[in-house]
Design a protein around this ligand. Structure first.
Ligand SMILES: [Zn+2]
Ligand SMILES: [Zn+2]
Length: 365
């Protein structure tokens, strides 16, 4: 068994002795351990942040259930949590003390800022990226963490801590909608109404898309889809909803289609709901790590298929959209937990129990 210090693979900030803070580490699938360790101290250019609200993300659930995501494995204990909202406690060398006390959200992707992709603005495509809360960088299911100040954004008072914890998934939705640029006045469909699907629907509405169709077999989720901007909902599995989408669109299908279910079984129905010449966006991350679909049907329709890699510089826009009320994600936050209840939070989220959409952990409450 590793001691608390060796088990932390890599933490931003440097080690120091005390004060102690509480940490929830995933030791192996389905097993968290709560322990105490020294708080980090911010290195030059970093801030120390008190972790107030952290969303449990579907990608955290991949680590919880399968020990990894795609070909990234957590082969040692890891602190998950990349959707934090917090408050700055301390600043490192070279950072203005004006930051102390500010409520902040973070951009979890830490790019190199030097490669050709970073220099052309595609920070999300940086091959050298280190992602906060993904091996080997420990995340926010602990009381305090450090982050580079260049990737921290102040959040105004009228954006709550819970909404702050939704800025990362909202950022992914903003990026997906940016890439596909749906035209308004023709149908758009979103398959899968978990957090990412619902954020996508809210973003589509804010971008003026209409009509917006939402598909999910869980009725409480399609009800939430209506609250955040869907114009029509179909509470069925994807393959059973294709006929409904075709009849709602006079047989044409949708000009843009988003797969946000994160299941391999959702790919074919999403493509079948797409119209001739449509754009299809794959946002979901499936445990199977493989996409398959009938080539002939997709080719005859001349579909363009997009993949969404996290988000690109969307944090400020997300804060503006939430603070201005253009996007209201309040109906998404269904469950709250403290750090001691982290296993319960993951169990409920992993098994879709109790009408869960977004479970939020509050490490300092
Ligand atoms: Zn996430
Ligand atoms: Zn780079």
């Amino acid at each position: 068994m590793l001691g608390p210090k060796e088990s932390i693979l890599e933490t931003l900030g440097s080690d120091r002795k005390g004060p102690l803070m509480r940490v929830a580490r995933l030791l192996k699938p389905y097993e968290f351990e709560l322990s105490e360790m020294d708080s980090p101290s911010p290195k030059p250019g970093e801030v120390l942040i008190e972790s107030r609200s952290v969303g449990v993300c579907a990608s955290d659930l991949h680590y919880y259930k399968h020990g990894g995501i795609g070909d990234t494995r957590a082969d040692r204990p890891i602190v998950l949590g990349h959707e934090p909202m917090g408050r700055v406690l301390e600043v490192g060398e070279g950072v203005s003390s004006d930051w102390v006390g500010k409520r902040v959200a973070i951009e979890p992707g830490i790019p190199c800022f030097e490669c050709e992709h970073c220099l052309s603005g595609n920070l999300n495509l940086c091959p050298n990226v280190r992602f906060f809360g993904s091996p080997p960088i420990d995340g926010a299911f602990r009381e305090k963490f450090c982050h580079p100040v260049s990737l921290v954004e102040p959040v105004p008072e009228h954006c709550s801590d819970e909404m702050g914890a939704l800025l990362e998934p909202l950022g992914v939705a903003i990026h997906a909608v940016d890439l596909i640029q749906p035209r308004t006045g023709v149908g758009t469909v979103v398959v899968g109404c978990g957090t990412i699907g619902l954020c996508t629907i809210a973003m589509l509405k804010a971008a003026g898309a209409s009509p917006i169709y939402a598909v999910d077999p869980l009725e409480y989720r399609t009800e939430t889809a209506l609250k955040v901007g869907a114009t029509h909902v179909i509470a069925k599995e994807g393959d059973k909803a294709v006929a409904d989408i075709l009849s709602l669109t006079e047989g044409r299908g949708c000009a843009t289609a988003f797969e946000a279910a994160g299941y391999a079984a959702a790919h074919q129905p999403t493509l079948d709901m797409a119209a001739i010449g449509a754009k299809v966006m794959i946002i979901g991350i499936s445990a199977e790590n493989r996409i398959s679909f009938e080539e002939g049907r997709a080719r005859r329709k001349g579909l363009t298929i997009y993949m969404c890699r996290r988000s690109r510089n969307t944090l400020k826009r997300g804060i503006e959209l939430i603070s201005s009320g253009r996007i209201d994600l309040t109906p998404l936050v269904t469950h709250h937990f403290n750090l001691d209840q982290v296993t319960e939070a993951f169990e409920i989220a992993a098994h879709y129990r109790d009408g869960v959409i977004k479970a939020v952990v509050h490490p300092t409450k």
